[in-house]
Design a protein around this ligand. Sequence first.
Ligand SMILES: Nc1nc2c(ncn2[C@@H]2O[C@H](COP(=O)(O)OP(=O)(O)OP(=O)(O)O)[C@@H](O)[C@H]2O)c(=O)[nH]1
Length: 246
Amino acid sequence: MTNMRPHKSTLLKVVILGDGGVGKSCLMNRFVSNRYDENNFHTIGVEFMNKDVNVDSEKYTLQIWDTAGQERFRALRTPFYRGSDVCLLCYAIDDHDSFRGLKQWREEFLHYADVKSERFPFIVNDLASQCRQVSSDEVKQWCEKFHIVSYIETSSKTAANVSEAFTLAIRQWKHMERIAEVELKSQDIIDLTKSIRLAQNRFCCTGGSRNISGSLESEDESMYSPSPSRFGRRPMPRPVEQHYQL
Ligand SMILES: Nc1nc2c(ncn2[C@@H]2O[C@H](COP(=O)(O)OP(=O)(O)OP(=O)(O)O)[C@@H](O)[C@H]2O)c(=O)[nH]1
């Protein structure tokens, strides 16, 4: 028997959003079960499936939430956005209206998930088809406008780029986590030179050192308090660009 503990798996919640009929359920089913149904039913509310994957030698359990794109299910899907780690914004490449709808999907997600826009890993997913109505340049410009750095073209029908889309999502999440950790560490360092400067100033003004420690605490308490970011979602800076296309 070996004493080595197996590597723990990181659980990530991935939410898939987009207009009704763009292919969200097909994407999830292709990825999780490698199945494709030409005549899929509309999703009512939300459905989720789990899948374990290995990316860059690390284990992840993806909890994938497929949401109903139709407007009448809005109230049923929005409570499930909270706690998401990644959001896949989907549109059908042969339906320009579904591409225009991305703006609203992004806003709905940010509102109900309660996360910061530029600090959240969004992936834009073009669900491929024969008759293209949305050009690559248009998608690129849209992503740049909203500071989204990853987009990928997939086809659930042929399975092209489907697992790559989820790998991209994980890498994007990981990248932002790493940078956030570095930021958090740098925020935690107490600037001792600042406290010495403050102490000197106090001495000049009051002409004595009686109240130095008490005054410092009351006037610059933030120096000694834990960073506020510890108590909420950590800050996520913008990641590197990753664009994939078929
Ligand atoms: N050509 C092509 N057709 C697709 C693809 N993915 C889905 N479709 C077609 O689009 C239909 C709708 O796909 P769904 O996955 O049900 O769409 P949805 O976005 O989940 O729709 P809602 O549940 O209403 O939100 C499917 O029944 C397929 O006929 C794809 O990658 N390529």
